[in-house]
Write a protein that binds this ligand. Sequence first.
Ligand code: ZN
Ligand code: ZN
Ligand code: ZN
Ligand code: ZN
Length: 507
Amino acid sequence: MILNQEEARVALDNKPAGKLKRALKRFRAARSPEKLGYPELVLLSALRKEGCPICHSVSGSDREYFFRFFYESHRETQVLEELTSSLGFCRSHAHYLIGRDNGRSQLATVHKILARHLRKSLLDYRSGNSRKDGLARSSGSSDRCPACRAHDEAAERAAFFLANLIEDPRTEERYAEVGMLCLPHLRLIAPRLGNVTLERLLIIHEACMASTLSALEEVDVVEPLHSDSVYASALHLAVGHDRGLGGFAPLVGGDQISPTGDPVGRLVRNISRTDACPICLEIGRAWLGWIAWLDMAAQRSENIEDVLPTCPDHVWAILPFARLSLARCAAEKALEVALTRVRFCIKKFQEKPPPPDFKRPVQALMTTVRGGNPFIRVGRDTLARDFHCPLCNLLNTLRDRTLVLLVRLLEQRNQRARFEAGYGLCLKHFVRAFAFEFDSSVGEFLCQVQAAKLGVLEWELAEYSRKSAWQARPEPKGAEFSAHLRALRRFSGCLKPDSTGPGDRDI
Ligand SMILES: [Zn+2]
Ligand SMILES: [Zn+2]
Ligand SMILES: [Zn+2]
Ligand SMILES: [Zn+2]
């Protein structure tokens, strides 16, 4: 049967695809340009609150990620692959999960799969098959934790929609009426903004940061740190909101800050401890010692400006341990660093472009091809650059120095026996150890110990799953019912004890 053109169109329109097409057309026609979508409405509502709109809009991302993870995705191949390349969750997310009651069996199942896979990789390494697996590639690093990646992606999406709102003449005035971005999120959104808009935002931020800094200098030192205080406003502008993940708990077993201390003797003692990784213990000790020193120095009004942290994680993490004088110093320092950066960028944005230098035709041509003012490019590059955090530097250096010392100690037979009887290393520090040169027998020994620890952990996790089944209900529940917490600690290096008792037992 041959149809004419009109008949063919009617026939096509009656098919389901044609109906959908017409419905979409009607929907698009009904959505006038003045109407905004859900993400834009969420951001406009966040702009009506104090603080950073992106921090507000991603504040539930961890909760959402773990809801999806526990009830939908924890057995998906892609999720398991991501967790294998990141060697489980990071310390902050393990800290978030330990102490929560939900997701026990899902965490046990996932870590059982991870432990089995990694143990197999380690056995491959020992049998000389090191090229096959990611772990023994000795890169010394692991991928970013999937929960952290989900948070970053949520922030990226919010930045995309917020940039459109700020560039849109109908909504641009809403920015900074009440809420305004923190500096980390201003840096995130900057590549999506035109030069004129970015310069306008930088000027707004400079004025707000300068007035908050003067308010902070004038404030009475006895004012407590609460969400409406000037400290909180300063920190929101400089480093963003506290994600509440923590990650730096006091040491397990109430460990001792030994200010004098012989690092070799301390490590020799710690490698035989059965409750935590010796590198994590050393970092935890240094962290607490550093905060105690900063607190004392701030009380005595010493100049500690160049040793205060500047990264968001460390700035927020010191506050629970700090007295008011240190909280004030930390907020002032974070805001001053941010303000200096913003002022420098404004200066670069306002510099006049140099006239073309015809004695250097190639350079003049390149400037024309790239377009724009080269000073603005410098300003944008400076804004995008990460901040130097003295505490990050200190802790990373300490981690690497302690790992080097550990592998030297493991060249001695008696230290190997003590290490084997102890906790061994958390997975994060185990992989990091492979960034350094050492004797191949040390590498094999580390793999052998880690494989044995993972083997026991895998058995405990499997026992947990078995005893959780309905048929096993008459069997008494034992220590394997906290195996998922031990797994979180072993994979992440988190030292947080669970609420029911001390950290780990010998596994
Ligand atoms: Zn923010
Ligand atoms: Zn994470
Ligand atoms: Zn560790
Ligand atoms: Zn830091």
